[in-house]
Design a protein around this ligand. Sequence first.
Ligand SMILES: C[S@@+](CC[C@H](N)C(=O)[O-])C[C@H]1O[C@@H](n2cnc3c(N)ncnc32)[C@H](O)[C@@H]1O
Length: 382
Amino acid sequence: MKTEHTVTNRYANAAKAPESALCCPVDYDRKYLEAIPQEVIEKDYGCGDPSKYVRPGETVLDLGSGTGKICFIASQVVGPEGRVIGVDMTSEMLEVARRNAPVVAKTIGFANVEFRKGRIQDLALDLEVLDGELKRRPITDAASFLAADELAEELRITRPLVASDSIDVVVSNCVLNLVDPQTKPQLFREIFRVLKKGGRAVISDIVADEPVPEHLQSDPELWSGCISGALTEEAFFHAFAEAGFYGIEILKLDAQPWRSVEGIEFRSVTVQAFKGKQGPCFERKQAVIYRGPFKEVLDDDGHRMERGVRYAVCDKTYHLYKKSPYAQFFEFIDPREAVAMGFAKPFDCSRTARRHPKETKGQDYHDTTQARDQCCDGGSCC
Ligand SMILES: C[S@@+](CC[C@H](N)C(=O)[O-])C[C@H]1O[C@@H](n2cnc3c(N)ncnc32)[C@H](O)[C@@H]1O
């Protein structure tokens, strides 16, 4: 099956007239829908609402933006200080989104959304720029075909559709399942590439509770209908971890399946994943204690920590844990005397080591303190 061709054809038609088989009921925040033209809302083919997790001022990239609904909601959430980029490969979808962008901008009072043409598994290649170049140098034989390939490679570097490390949050609504299985790993790597360090992906998609057999995967109707390209829940998580993400978690998983086919249940999930655990590790004598309630946890770098035990962590891990999604699970212990970054030695992050309290307090720490007076003045501490 020619996956991409099948998908483009189906969504080119769905951009012209609403297709009810592609609609999955989603509870969007109604106040943001008021500014969005009916034509866009009618051609809603999403299965979740990743825009709920976007914050003011952020730069957002929406993969497979369709007629633009998620972009137009995110545009209002990020406000005039933020910006939103929608990417889609189907010209008919882009036409509807681009035509409605000025209408939304007029209603909300600012314009911060743009739509670009590209394949989400190849976010470096701007298909409209390539199109323009190929009009000047059309492919007529094998030599010009090879030259076009070289040109595409050059454009990825010199005029990327989405630059590396440029996006705060990548969102997507019901699109990743449509990407060809061979290029799915590349798709996750591309999401990782375009995110800034510390950025995150918030992806709504359809997942399957069992592997989808070959004969369903080669059904064009089921594939383009966001069914048979779905990864299992486990494979979906694995794909993020393989691409280098950390802190991957389910934000929402529908209890009810959207559809069942041959006993396999397909339901909507929204997952969040972070970029930024890569980098050098330095010893600054910090310690953390996992608060529970589980007996132990294992993080994305392989640190296994038991509840209630003081562990040595590198400066990078210490600061990652202090932020979402980890902060609520740890207690943080700074050393009595801070180790300046310039004096910090490399830290071996490949092992998990306990941190003796003397390491944080200092080896010659021998203070003896008295009970504090205020404890015995009728207060509640004794
Ligand atoms: C199910 S619709 C979802 C549209 C939109 N996210 C929404 O919430 O209504 C899938 C969209 O993704 C686009 N699409 C599918 N595969 C794509 C790919 N590999 N690269 C870029 N766009 C893609 C389609 O053209 C279509 O607009």
